[in-house]
Ligand binder design. Sequence first.
Ligand SMILES: *[C@@H]1O[C@H](CO)[C@@H](O)[C@H](O)[C@H]1NC(C)=O
Length: 391
Amino acid sequence: MTSLRWACLAAVLLLALVCATASAGQTRRFLHITDIHWDKFYVVGTSVTDLCHSHGGRRTLVAADDQAGTFGARGCDSPYPLVTAALQFARSLGPLDFVVWTGDNARHNRDKAFLPTSQDEILYENTQVTQWMQQSFPSLTLVPSIGNNDVYPHDSLGPGPNAILSNLTANWRQWLSPASQQTMSQGGYFATQFNTETKSCSHNKYPGAQQFAWLDQTLSAIRQSGQKAYLTGHVPPHKDYYFDSCLAAYETITANYADIIVGHLFGHKHSDHLYVLKNQAGAILVAPSVLPQYNPSLRVIEYDSSSYEIMNVITYWANLDAANAQGSLTFKKEYDMVSAYGLSAPLDTAQWLDMKQKTDNDPAMAKLYGFYKYVSSGMTKATHIPGHPNC
Ligand SMILES: *[C@@H]1O[C@H](CO)[C@@H](O)[C@H](O)[C@H]1NC(C)=O
């Protein structure tokens, strides 16, 4: 339920629009990075059973490999060397136009010895990660989203203006227009305590419904000005996470603006997914995480600078076990969607439907999709982070 309750809030708060302007007809690139989950309490050599935290020197190593490695451990949040290695690699990729950064910068809230996670700590982790992001991409516009682990208490957000929204708005001020700063910091209609009785999108007084009204107006203005939009956010619009009425609103509005929406970019799952919307009017690209629930990853999206359509999606990964064994972590290309699935650019809705069709029906493609879903880890099903039912 936690994720369900969060879901509508995510729809409410986290849709960011990127209207890039660039010269005509070149293939250009932006970065999509998500779910960094930096943990300032991570201690190398502690036990995964202890969530890679030092519990006063106590260690509950249950197996030789149950150990917090330099670059992370499956079941723990991310240590600093992993975060810097990922950002260093992203910088080495060469020219990027902007960065889509879809939330969950703070660690998960699940170590009883370190509970309650304070609001201050979450803001501190967010402030630190913001600084590292800013230092890594000093001349780029970053398009951030709030993740469900970036608020306190986790998965819920009280009415704004409040300390969290003010702090995040101040952190991100440099990338937000005055109008965006206003909607971000005020919270206002989209920041309220969520509960399943009242907070769907089924009534126009609910924050979700009001946010969709905002989305509708915003997309209308974008269409009028002849621009295109990417919708970005943390929790993907999907029936596992969104209230039915919120998902229906998302599908209806985005179908109405399918001519100007060139991408739906989300995170949260820590694994790699393509979700076709039920009305087949678009597809949600869920990027895998920096956090190594499977392996660390990030992705570059190539787009056409005139039509803004996505030309290719290139995912990079690092082998966590090798990195911890060798003491150095190297990212390399995992795959690109055009060649892996035999697609042709631009990757419009017809291409996403083609990819979905192939990965559902062609055994070899289904296998490939399954392999990339878990970031080349060889795992074949979703693992759960201990103590936390979802992402
Ligand atoms: C946000 O909160 C953190 C933690 O209290 C603090 O270190 C940081 O300076 C704050 N940022 C802003 C912009 O107020």
